[in-house]
Design a protein around this ligand. Structure first.
Ligand code: ZN
Length: 389
């Protein structure tokens, strides 16, 4: 017998790196025409470095390569409108903004289709039984994309399209989507707000982006009421709060829901170094979140877990968080070169990584108050107690 069976898939393709987001300034140049733009935050450098780190640490070698394919109109139209696809076909010749802050260069449409098809390919590989879990390290990201427009760096909503693909092509009915990107997954929430078969849980920085989305009282509508769980956290929340969120809310709710397939919308922009948000997670948080999701998938749905790349904008740090997720899936500490935490024992120097602040405890209490009648959440006093443990 030769190699150890590799049951963790990886979707990656160099073509993802050709998605051109150009240069940017936070605001337009009107009052300061001399100011020099910098690289767009959603640059190819982020997932390119993540892949390189995974290569150097021997993680890629322990994964099964899953080839992405081009999502066709039928797949895209399960969420997006025909009018949007028609507009994109025109825009593809020149490049430009696909909607609201989601630029692509000329020819970018094929990359966006490949990104959506990459997450679909991950679903196919898992449903075929060739891998148990899969990390889709795709680009552009997806969770902000709305039916009729791109938004927030996202052109197509990759996870929504892949979830609908799982239902249409593989006979899966109940799906859970956990979105730990620091921004709210407004496009995903829109897709499934009225759908009781798809549970959407978003953990995000409160009132960040997009404006007006992700409040705790957005719980779905009609037959989907209660199957949207928003967990908005105050800026500055760290590893301790995220651990409580997963142990006391995300995992119990998913266990009760009993999905047949789990997606993670994995943005690594809640990291301590991210320029677009104000959370303080380190690589160890991404390890325990990935562990929690993998173990949960093993318990409730034969291991079926798709981790789909979303945001993450700290060029020197987010790639370590992404690679830590992949290493967790394949087995940390078992590779030839252990992946390090680049800041060393940084967790311990950040108070919010050891303590749940009172503002974060209040945020968790609000989630409990909103959802305890529907889901088996831990009693609220535990949240407060944890601030003093
Ligand atoms: Zn984000």
């Amino acid at each position: 017998m030769s190699a150890v069976p590799r049951s963790i898939g990886l979707v990656f393709d160099d073509r993802f790196l050709t998605h051109d987001t150009g240069l940017s300034l936070i605001e337009d140049r009107t009052p300061y025409p001399f100011s020099k733009p910098v690289a767009h935050p959603s640059s190819p450098e982020l997932i390119g470095r993540a892949k390189q780190l995974m290569d150097l640490a021997g993680i890629t070698d322990r994964m099964t390569r899953i080839e992405p394919y081009t999502a066709d109109d039928e797949a895209l139209l399960r969420f997006h409108t025909r009018d949007y696809l028609d507009r994109l076909a025109v825009l593809d010749k020149t490049g430009g903004d696909t909607g609201s802050g989601a630029p692509m260069g000329p020819g970018g449409l094929r990359v966006a289709r490949l990104s959506a098809g990459g997450v679909m390919a991950a679903v196919d590989a898992i449903c075929a039984g060739s891998v148990r879990q899969c990390y889709a390290l795709v680009r552009p990201p997806g969770h902000h994309a709305m039916p009729d427009q791109g938004m927030g760096f996202c052109v197509f909503n990759n996870v929504v399209i892949a979830a609908r693909h799982a239902q249409a092509a593989h006979g899966i009915r109940k799906i859970a989507i956990v979105d730990w990107d620091v921004h709210h997954g407004n496009g995903t929430q829109t897709a499934f707000a009225a759908d009781p078969d798809v549970l959407f849980i978003s953990v995000h920085q409160d009132s960040l982006y997009p404006s007006g989305w992700g409040a705790v009282d957005q719980i779905g509508s009609g037959p989907g009421e209660g199957s949207t769980v928003n967990i908005p956290l105050p800026a500055g929340s760290g590893n301790a709060t995220y651990r409580a969120v997963f142990e006391r809310i995300v995992v119990p709710v998913l266990e009760a829901f009993e999905p047949e397939l789990i997606f993670v919308s994995a943005g690594q922009d809640a990291s301590v170094a991210d320029p677009l948000a104000r959370m303080t997670l380190t690589t160890s948080a991404y390890r325990f979140m990935a562990t929690a999701m993998r173990d949960l998938a093993e318990r409730v749905c034969q291991g079926r877990l798709v981790v789909a790349q979303e945001g993450g904008y700290a060029p020197a740090y987010a790639p370590y968080c992404s690679a830590a997720i992949a290493e967790t899936l394949v087995g940390a500490g078992e590779g030839p070169v252990p992946l390090i935490e680049p800041y060393g024992d940084y967790d311990g120097s950040i108070p919010s990584n050891a303590w749940i602040g009172l503002d974060a405890a209040a945020a968790l209490q609000a989630v409990f108050d909103m959802h305890a009648s529907r889901w088996p959440l831990e009693p609220p006093d535990r949240f407060v107690d944890a601030a003093h443990e």
